[in-house]
Design a protein around this ligand. Structure first.
Ligand code: MN
Length: 191
């Protein structure tokens, strides 16, 4: 199976001023594309071609894991945004957030804090288990909660390439602003 980079459901400038067109051009157009190209080159002619992307992430290591996981992570990331996003989650996800974190504001604070404190490159995740329990976790480099049996529903990329062109070293400010473009309908559909 050959992986094709999915088209974004918005224009590259649609997330401005939170994420600039320049950043989307590089982050989606160069970084994400490179992970998918590398993944295709690494699995070509091997038994990995018969596996799903999730199976590759759970069973591989080294360069194959890094590129497969980074491909998956970026697809989840870019498909969590909308120029019409923001606001608050509704329904069962909103209830679960309130039950576990006390309030949506407190959840956002803990999620931003976890992302800001990751040392070096990585991802901050909101995942769920089969019981609907929510988990905020930190991951280094290409880490993905799928390898721990969790189902990710939201992630913020804290690699510098995600924000350096727009925010330089101000990672916390960048993460704080991302809430304004989160498409909660999509996140809820994953829950
Ligand atoms: Mn990235």
């Amino acid at each position: 199976m050959i992986y094709v980079q999915p088209e974004l459901p918005y224009e590259n400038n649609a997330l401005e001023p939170i994420i600039s067109k320049n950043t989307v051009d590089y982050h989606y157009g160069k970084h994400e594309k490179a992970y998918i190209d590398n993944l295709n080159n690494l699995i070509k002619g091997t038994d990995w071609e018969e596996k799903s992307l999730e199976e590759i992430i759970k069973e591989s290591s080294g360069p194959l894991f890094n590129n497969a996981s980074q491909a998956w992570n970026h697809i989840l990331y870019f498909f969590s945004f909308s120029p019409d996003g923001g606001g608050e989650p509704k329904g069962e996800l909103a209830e679960a957030i309130k039950a576990q974190f006390g309030s949506f504001e407190e959840f956002k604070k803990q999620f931003e804090d976890a992302g800001t404190k990751i040392f070096g490159s990585g991802w901050v995740w909101l995942s769920t288990d089969e019981k609907g329990q929510l988990f905020i976790t930190q991951g280094s480099n290409a880490e993905n909660p799928l390898t721990k049996g969790l189902t990710p529903i939201l992630t913020f990329d804290v690699w510098e390439h995600a924000y350096y062109l727009d925010y330089q070293n101000r990672r916390a400010e960048h993460l704080h602003k991302l809430w304004d473009i989160i498409d909660w309908d999509i996140v809820e559909s994953r829950y």
